[in-house]
Design a protein around this ligand. Structure first.
Ligand SMILES: NC(=O)c1ccc[n+]([C@@H]2O[C@H](COP(=O)([O-])OP(=O)(O)OC[C@H]3O[C@@H](n4cnc5c(N)ncnc54)[C@H](OP(=O)(O)O)[C@@H]3O)[C@@H](O)[C@H]2O)c1
Length: 266
């Protein structure tokens, strides 16, 4: 701890599985008051039981979708009425619509952008005025290194995370001096329902969700505004994205062809 007060009133969106569920347990073990959101009531109820057992001072379950204006408005009103404010919002809810074929399906983009980008925007719009008035609070969005460049096979996801990282950076600049801290979280591979669909050989340094949650919470405590880990996976990726455009695209296309050649037919 570096003297910063630890967040006591915490919102975690998309907390019914993966990183969000692990964050709920992490903040519960710190004795925080926690609100969790997600669409699956049964999974949220399981996480709530675990979080209470770990010591959450209070646990508020908000079932619904970040893609629905009414749900977010209702959830924000309930959260603010119950907690009387908010110290930390981890806007984590997200979907990935990777494809093995080369079809370009507009619904993949609509669904992914609606959840990953607009779902985050809805929560920012609901909480930012309260944080601005209080001149305090942390808005943390869970983005991804997938947004750093065009990564074949995940066009909709990469586009959504590029948009999310960009809007978080813009907001961070605009809110400088306001007392509100905007944080971009870009984890490497973490065990979750999203990554359960991938071939483990394609996910170097896959981290358990519990250790990802612990790293995120510690970095938030320390005042970081951009949280990226693990370094040993992300540095090589970062360097790749700094290659001249033609070199990066040539390499990415060769890797894609090699992967397709190695993919067994169904
Ligand atoms: N795992 C990784 O390697 C990795 C790396 C970088 C970034 N991320 C990001 O981390 C975040 C969490 O993903 P995860 O990997 O932990 O996957 P996950 O286990 O699938 O968790 C996604 C969470 O988002 C929720 N969600 C999805 N659509 C929603 C909606 N419309 N409204 C409310 N909640 C919704 C899901 O709950 P319901 O289905 O119950 O709604 C679930 O709780 C995502 O933003 C993802 O892009 C993950």
């Amino acid at each position: 701890m570096n003297g910063r007060p630890r967040a006591q009133r915490v919102l975690i969106t998309g907390a019914s599985s993966g990183i969000g569920a692990a964050l709920a347990i992490e903040y519960a073990s710190r004795g925080a008051r926690i609100a969790i959101t997600g669409r699956r009531a049964d999974r949220l109820a399981d996480v709530a039981v675990q979080a209470r057992a770990r010591g959450a001072a209070e646990l508020l379950v908000l079932q619904g979708s970040v893609a629905e204006d009414d749900d977010v408005r209702r959830h924000a009103a309930e959260l603010l009425a119950r907690f009387g404010g908010i110290d930390l919002a981890i806007l984590n809810a997200g979907v990935a619509t990777g494809r093995d074929d080369d079809a370009f399906v507009v619904e993949d983009y609509v669904r992914t952008l609606e959840t990953n980008v607009l779902g985050t925007c809805r929560w920012i719009a609901a909480l930012l005025p309260v944080m601005r008035d209080a001149r305090s609070g942390v808005l943390a969005g869970v983005s991804s290194p997938a947004g750093w460049a065009g990564f074949p096979g995940m066009g909709a996801y990469a586009a959504s995370k590029a948009a999310l990282s960009s809007l978080l950076q813009t907001l961070r600049i605009e809110l400088r001096g306001s007392g509100v801290r905007v944080v971009t979280i870009e984890p490497g591979f973490v065990t979750s329902e999203i990554t359960a669909r991938n071939d483990p050989r394609d996910m170097p340094c896959l981290l358990p969700a519990t250790s990802a949650a612990r790293r995120i919470a510690r970095a938030l405590d320390s005042g970081s505004v951009v949280i990226r880990f693990p370094r040993r996976t992300l540095w090589p990726l970062r360097l790749l994205t700094l290659l001249p455009r033609a070199a990066f695209e040539g390499l990415a296309s060769r890797l894609l062809r090699r992967r397709n050649a190695n993919t067994p037919e169904d």
